[in-house]
Structure formats: C-alpha cells, structure tokens
Design a binder for this molecule. Structure first.
Ligand code: TRP
Length: 376
C-alpha cells in the first residue's frame, strides 16, 4: 500500500499528518503511562493536555526529571514567530508552558523570532516589528510570572545572542540544513543561518550563569527539526542537550488533521476576535463531524474525532474529563446535535477570550517587566 503523503517542516505543514510516522522519522519517544506517573509524582495533577495525549512525545524527559529529583532545576524555553495575529492554535503550547512554570516553579526564556519571520515571509521588517509588539501582548496576557520570565527578541538581543549563534553556525553545514528543511538553491542565506538563532535560548542561562543548567522545550512537533540538528551541537560546545516535549497540532478550522495557521487568517479564531466573530467563524467554518440531516444524525450519530468544535474543547477549552466524555458520548450517539455542540464551544471560547482581551490590554503597561535586560 502506498504511504499517504504529508510533510512537516517548521515553515509548512501539508497533508494529513501521520504522527506515528513522525515519531519514527524524527527519532523521538512517545510519552507512556510510566512517564506520566513519574511527572504526576511532582505535579500532583496531570495537565489535561498530558492526560489526553496532546503533549504526546519527548526527548530526554526522563533525564530532566532525574536532574530535577537531584535538586538540579531546569528552565523552560519556548517561542513565538511574529508574522501575524495570534490565533487559538498558538495557545496550546504556551498555556501548557505556563502550567509547567507554575507546577515546577521554574524560569522561562521566551524567544520572539522577528529575524526568522522577516527572512521567511514576504513581509517588511516594519510589519514584522508591529506583529512582534502585538504578539508580546498576547504572551504577557497568558500570565507568566514576570520575575521568572525573560523575553528575547532576536534582533533586539543580538548583542547577547549573535556570539552564541555563530558557535552553532560553525558546526552546522549547509547540506544538513538543505536536507532537513528541504531548502533549495534559491533559499536566501539568512534562512540557512536561522537554525543557529533558534538554538541559542536553550543555553543563554548557562552562558549567563557560567554553569550548565538543564533546559526543557515545549513545542508543537513542527519545531523539532531545528533542535534535532542543534542537539548534536550542544555537547560539542560543552552544553547539555535540551530536553523536548512535543504536542500535536491544534486542528485547523477546515479539518482535524492539518495545522491551524495564520495564513488561514479569515477562518482562524484570533485572540482579538469579538464574540460575534467567534460565533460566525465557528458556525460557518468549523468542520463538523455531524450528519447531513437531523434525522440521520439522530439515527447514526456524529463523529467527534473529526469534529473541529469538539477538538477545540478537547485541546483547550474543556478541562473536565467528565464533562468532555459526556459531550463525546452524546455527540457520538446522536443525542447532541452539531448546533448544540458548536454552541458550547462558542461559549467556552468567548469566555476565555473575554478574560484574555482584558489581560491583553493591561499587558501594554507590563511589557517592560518581561523583556530581558542585560545586567552587564
Ligand atoms: N520558530 C517558532 C515559530 O515560528 C518560534 C520559536 C522560537 C519556538 N524558538 C522556539 C517555538 C522554541 C518553540 C520552541 O513559531
């Protein structure tokens, strides 16, 4: 049987993603029950995204816990590519990262890759700077601890980052980048260099403290290739390899198997959308697992596995397993109609966004507390 075609790179996700195959091809490990129990020993509760297998794979998570248990705390590192507005698809990783920061009480380094987005998108640097500012408001609004959170903006923190980046750049050759990312000869030379910038925050605290500190990177699985390459380099430069925890993609409006992206701008739900816009988007665009007619739906039931509204509840908006299971059961049996399911999802998203938008406004005055200030 022919393998179904799909591709996952940091710049593009195409086709129906086969996660089992990605795990094999990327050489990462699934998170199993044993590892979940080990995490639970420290966190008491498991985050819904762990219980539900949304954060589903890892590299070296056992090592991070070994070190943690020895009293050697890790720090978290994740990031945002500022090329457009923040939509619901971005939030999963960041909300999960906030949970990790809270339960483990650790530092977070957060990278804004304005250089990356300038190099990879047909956008002016002015426009990218505008999105950097807008995206920062969303990240601050999520409630990270200001005293333990440090934002790095690649072009603004170049003085700190560039000398580290060139250490990585010198040990990664063009053929590796070309093979892993599928870059062609017309790729601009900034694109070829970029992975070395994304490698940097994983060692910034070690550089600043002049001692190695373990790092854990929560990310959506498309970002793994940068670190797959860079992880070979960290030890060559005398650092630990960062550990990684990988999530599935939040489904796009048009179906469960792709990735929600801002290029779907008019259908994706943005953090700045008003109640009515959320309602319209879900009603009009959210792919439904329901049947064509109410009679058929009552008789045959709906399919929550492909239903985007249901998947949003599962990914982010219904933390109670009990409630989620009841919705799933009622939808599958035909007792709950698509319109009823969508109504629940719309209410949940709007309740979240109402709070988020308030915090996003407040964030305007708080940005400076988060941006890393070189103490030297
Ligand atoms: N490249 C990522 C993006 O386009 C942003 C990013 C930078 C990131 N460093 C990261 C994401 C570390 C996850 C982990 O969105």
């Amino acid at each position: 049987m022919q393998k179904k075609e799909f591709s996952v790179t940091p710049w593009d996700v195409k086709g129906e993603v086969d996660y089992e195959r990605l795990v094999k091809e990327f050489g990462i490990s699934k998170i199993d029950g044993k590892l979940l129990n080990r995490i639970k020993k420290h966190t008491k509760e498991l985050h819904p995204m762990l219980r539900r297998g949304i954060f589903f794979a890892h590299r070296d998570l056992n090592w991070i816990l070994d070190e943690y248990e020895k009293g050697n705390k890790f720090f978290l590192y994740t990031g945002c590519g500022p090329s457009g507005p923040i939509h619901l698809g971005h939030l999963g990783t960041w909300l999960f990262t906030k949970w990790l920061q809270d339960v483990f009480d650790v530092e977070l380094w957060f990278q804004f890759t304005d250089d990356e987005k300038f190099l990879f998108k047909e956008k002016s640097f002015d426009e990218i700077e505008k999105w950097t500012h807008e995206n920062i408001l969303d990240v601050v609004a999520l409630g990270f601890k200001p005293e333990k959170t440090h934002f790095l903006i690649d072009t603004k923190h170049a003085g700190l980052m560039y000398p580290i980046a060139i250490q990585f750049a010198k040990k990664i050759n063009f053929s590796t980048i070309r093979a892993v990312f599928g870059l062609e000869n017309d790729a601009n030379i900034g694109q070829i260099f970029y992975t070395s910038m994304q490698a940097v925050p994983a060692v910034v605290p070690s550089v600043l403290k002049k001692k190695n500190i373990p790092c854990l990177i929560p990310l959506a699985i498309d970002q793994d290739p940068h670190f797959r390459i860079a992880r070979d380099v960290y030890p060559k430069l005398g650092y630990y390899k960062p550990a990684i925890i990988h999530s599935l993609f939040m489904p796009s409006m048009s179906g469960p198997k792709g990735k929600m992206s801002s290029s779907e701008e008019h259908t994706a739900i943005l953090t700045t959308d008003k109640e009515k816009e959320v309602e319209n988007k879900i009603k009009r665009y959210a792919f439904s697992g329901g049947r064509d007619t109410i009679e058929e739906h009552r008789k045959l039931g709906g399919n929550p596995d492909v239903d985007v509204s249901f998947q949003y509840l599962r990914f982010l908006f219904e933390p109670s397993d009990e409630k989620l299971e009841k919705i799933e059961k009622d939808y599958r049996s035909g007792k709950m109609l698509t319109s009823e399911l969508k109504k629940i999802t719309i209410e949940k998203i709007n309740a979240f966004l109402k709070e988020h938008q308030k915090k996003r406004e407040k964030a305007r005055k708080e940005i400076e507390k988060f941006i890393y200030k070189n103490s030297s």
